[in-house]
Design a protein around this ligand. Structure first.
Ligand code: HEC
Length: 167
């Protein structure tokens, strides 16, 4: 009985988190024309990807006095596969940088009051939440708890890796 209850509550928790995921963040379709491309680089933790980062006007204001980006901040990450040679090795340019290949995924972070709700404490990111979309802007199915888990420990940079670039 205890086991069944445990399984049930785990699945209820999962479905609550999943349904919140689908509803919370809408695709920021205007990002290409209105956001600022504040950083582009070879991904630091993914050896075969590159990334381009965009921020809306609110996020470009940088952190408030409390060290956090204002509510309404939206960040978009365009993730690309790095080009590979015939042997499957990542090609690097004469600048020692990867070459941008296929556009793989759009990863979004948005900070809104109440976005922590329904998310287990260890996976909370101070009202930032996460979403993924295909390059065409359709929802892409990813386990958003992996996003939350990797960004959550960054408490001194408001859960952002590129925090210093947004000041
Ligand atoms: C294993 C760690 C890890 C996971 C998992 C992860 N990220 Fe990140 N994320 C990073 C790193 C590192 C950067 C900085 C750019 C880079 O080097 O790729 C980043 C940058 C970002 C940014 C730009 C803002 C910032 O923090 O600099 C967004 C938006 C983002 N990730 C969204 C997501 C989404 C959505 C997911 C889940 C699908 C996700 N991330 C999963 C490590 C992670």
């Amino acid at each position: 009985m205890k086991l069944i209850y445990g399984l049930l509550s785990a699945s209820l928790l999962a479905s609550a988190v999943v349904s919140a995921d689908t509803a919370k963040i809408a695709f920021p379709g205007e990002y290409k024309s209105t956001f600022t491309n504040y950083l582009s680089l070879d991904r630091t933790l993914n050896a075969d990807q590159t990334i381009r980062l965009f921020a809306n006007e609110t996020a470009m204001q940088g952190a408030d006095a409390d060290g956090k980006l204002p509510y309404g901040s939206v960040l978009v990450a365009e993730i690309y596969k790095a080009k590979k040679d015939a042997d499957g090795n990542v090609i690097v340019s004469s600048l020692d940088r990867r070459l941008r290949g296929d556009f793989a995924l759009i990863a979004v972070m948005e900070r809104r009051e109440g976005f922590n709700e329904g998310i287990p404490a260890a996976l909370q990111n101070d009202d930032w939440d996460f979403a993924t979309f295909t390059p065409a802007g359709e929802p892409a199915k990813k386990d958003l708890n992996t996003c939350r888990a990797c960004h959550a420990p960054l408490t001194s940079s408001n859960h952002l890796f590129s925090y210093d670039h947004l000041k």
